[in-house]
Design a protein around this ligand. Structure first.
Ligand code: SF4
Length: 378
């Protein structure tokens, strides 16, 4: 059953989903289901009117989380049958569910601001903080070409640009008080500022404050960040977080420069590789993750990358590319099911051989990590 469910997730990631009018009307009224929020990207091929509620994730077979990336041309359609949402493709009809809307959404913090200006529930069990909500690579058109952060923040103003540690800490306290046992972790991610050491240190300050405000909880703390230039800062992370991911995105050197020009120019691939080595020295094998986007380079090239990192003790974390409205690659093709299946299988082999765990187990809606860990690829 797991293999069929994982296969369906891949089909959804490779096609996106469309919604019928009936379903959209149903979802607009079902305020117990979570609505899509966009702290770091648009996530959809086309943005429906911002007041239209669409699902953020779909839960398949009550166990696998898949992104609900809207694509009006997709043959995978969410519709209603006997007033219940179902996913349809050709003659197939599949029962689906959605994560609950967090009880903290709509509640106010002590500074008078809404909880959800600071935190987005992600993949049902993760409290996501995204700060800063700007990346300087956008200033001169050198952003990663698949990234739609700039557009998401220009058109939708539903998140704070800079999140402060004290308020974020208070928001996390509220979330775990409202829904005891639901959340497993805090995930901090953010745009890049020109001073890499300062940007990384600001992330650590924020994470530390959130953690210190919630010492009684069993939450884990994860960071996705550009690496610092001063690798001694990894020692400080070790005292605060559980594990850390740095996104090289593309392994092939020429394609990395083409697709992530800001990272290639100002940080460089060589420094990235050195940062991974240094981070593993400090945090240990299996505690550092390398983020990739599947669909940016040939299969052999990304497989070479995940093997390279696996040997180094770095866990490959792979997300499937989706063409976001507002990104330079809004029109680019998604990867095929066959591509993701072969890649997932290779990831499974590496995870098993090295004893790796997924970064945010059960929560990565666009990623193959949990499914690779569970052995869900043919
Ligand atoms: S580093 Fe790249 S992917 Fe990350 S926010 Fe900046 S442009 Fe987007």
């Amino acid at each position: 059953m797991l293999i069929e469910t994982v296969s369906l997730k891949l089909e959804l990631l490779c096609n996106g989903v469309s919604f019928t009018k009936d379903f959209l009307e149903y979802y607009q009224a079902r305020t117990d289901h979570i609505e899509k929020r966009r702290p770091y990207g648009t996530g959809d091929s086309i943005i429906l009117n911002s007041s239209t509620r669409t699902p953020q994730e779909i839960i398949l077979d009550r166990q696998i989380i898949a992104a609900a990336n809207y694509n009006p041309d997709s043959d995978y359609r969410i519709t209603l049958e006997q007033e219940t949402p179902v996913l349809k493709h050709g003659n197939r009809t599949m029962r689906i569910t959605f994560p609950n809307r967090p009880r903290s959404y709509g509640k106010y913090l002590s500074n008078g601001e809404l909880f959800e200006k600071h935190i987005t529930a992600y993949g049902d069990s993760t409290l996501g903080i995204f700060s800063p909500g700007h990346c300087y690579y956008f200033n001169d058109g050198n952003e990663c070409k698949f990234c739609s952060l700039g557009s998401a923040r220009e058109t939708l103003f539903d998140h704070k640009m800079r999140i402060k540690g004290d308020i974020a800490g208070e928001a996390v306290t509220m979330a775990i008080k409202e829904e005891n046992g639901r959340y497993k972790r805090v995930l901090l991610n953010g745009g890049t500022i020109p001073n890499y050491d300062k940007g990384y240190s600001i992330h650590l300050d924020l994470l530390e404050q959130v953690k210190n405000t919630n010492l009684q909880s069993s939450l884990e703390y994860h960071l996705i960040s550009m690496p610092p230039k001063d690798f001694r800062l990894f020692d400080r992370f070790k005292k605060i977080g559980n594990n850390m991911s740095m996104s090289l995105e593309v392994f092939n050197p020429d394609l990395f420069s083409e697709i992530c020009p800001g990272k290639a120019r100002d940080y460089t691939r060589e420094r990235f590789l050195a940062a991974f080595e240094a981070a593993v020295d400090v945090l240990g094998r299996g505690n550092v993750y390398a983020g990739f986007v599947a669909g940016m380079e040939p299969l052999e090239s990304i497989i070479e990358g995940i093997e390279y990192f696996g040997d180094m003790g770095v866990v490959p974390a792979v997300a499937a590319f989706h063409p976001d409205a507002g990104s330079q690659y809004y029109n680019r093709q998604r990867p095929s099911v066959d591509f993701l299946m072969k890649l997932g299988k290779k990831m499974s082999e590496i995870y098993r051989k090295e004893g790796f765990q997924p970064l945010i187990e059960g929560s990565g809606r666009n990623s193959l990590d949990t499914e690779a860990y569970l052995g869900g690829f043919l």
